[in-house]
Design a protein around this ligand. Structure first.
Ligand SMILES: Cc1cc2nc3c(=O)[nH]c(=O)nc-3n(C[C@H](O)[C@H](O)[C@H](O)COP(=O)(O)OP(=O)(O)OC[C@H]3O[C@@H](n4cnc5c(N)ncnc54)[C@H](O)[C@@H]3O)c2cc1C
Length: 230
């Protein structure tokens, strides 16, 4: 939709990967709608995933005992966070829709993306108790996880080897993004591209682009425990 802003946080080492193709397809689709699209290509940026003292510019509030959460909260309020974190926060702030594109790693996001979450979504910026979940800072923004797996769709059912894929999504969709107030769109899961024939892989890319063509009309999921566990 013209005038909307989308921000894609993308974690794959290889541009020619399935994740790279999924990301490119969405950039093309959203751009053709007249949306402004920003991409953070985390590996290409060599994004620092470690949450350390270096994230605070200048003096600490308590130099005797380092507390990352407390120090980044103070630094956020003083405008003393490191510039790479501030850059990412600006991109989130400006976005109507945030897309995380990644391969599933150990039932979660890759470490570089987890580091982005740890460092960028600090207190003050992303949450401020008692303003969290439905009252959270980003209640006017949408988020969607688009990810690939090695396991097939059949493996990720309740009584199958992998368990229901929704179990995996609880800590990320609910524990991170809903906590910060985001409205959660149903995930886009491209199952087992490495084991799929080429026509199926192509279809994974086109079906994601087709979905994005009408993504602004989608209703968010009801992000409570029953969506995940019942
Ligand atoms: C540390 C680690 C932990 C992992 N943990 C899990 C886990 O918990 N659960 C799980 O299920 N999996 C897990 N995996 C597997 C991982 O999720 C998959 O390997 C990954 O999702 C596959 O996506 P990809 O983009 O790397 O695929 P690729 O290998 O890049 O893509 C598959 C094929 O698609 C082709 N392709 C690319 N673009 C297109 C296009 N436009 N059209 C047609 N074909 C195209 C590529 O050339 C390639 O041949 C893990 C992997 C690692 C390394």
């Amino acid at each position: 939709m013209a005038g909307k802003r989308a921000f894609i946080i993308y974690a794959h080492q290889e541009p020619k990967s399935m994740n790279g193709s999924l990301k490119d397809a969405v950039v093309t689709e959203l751009s053709s709608q007249g949306c402004q699209v920003t991409v953070s290509d985390l590996y290409a940026m060599n994004f620092e995933p470690r949450a350390t003292r270096k994230d605070i510019v200048g003096a600490l509030s308590n130099s005797k005992s380092f507390n990352y959460a407390a120090e980044t909260y103070e630094a956020y309020k003083k405008g003393a966070l490191s510039s790479d974190v501030v850059e990412e926060q600006k991109k989130v702030q400006e976005a109507d829709l945030v897309i995380f594109q990644f391969p599933l790693y150990w039932y979660s996001v890759p470490a570089i993306m987890k580091g982005w979450i740890d460092r960028v979504l600090c207190q003050g910026f992303a949450f401020e108790p008692p303003k969290y979940f439905d009252k959270g800072s980003f209640k006017n923004k949408l988020v969607i996880l688009s990810f690939t797996t090695a396991g097939t769709a059949e493996m990720y059912f309740k009584n199958e080897l992998g368990g229901d894929i929704r179990y995996i999504l609880w800590p990320i969709q609910h524990g991170v993004f809903h906590f910060c107030g985001f409205k959660i769109l149903a995930p886009q899961i491209s199952f087992a591209p490495e084991h799929a024939p080429e026509d199926k892989r192509k279809e994974m890319v086109t079906s994601w682009a087709r979905r994005v063509a009408t993504i602004w009309d989608e209703k968010p999921i009801h992000c409570i425990s029953s969506w995940y566990f019942e």
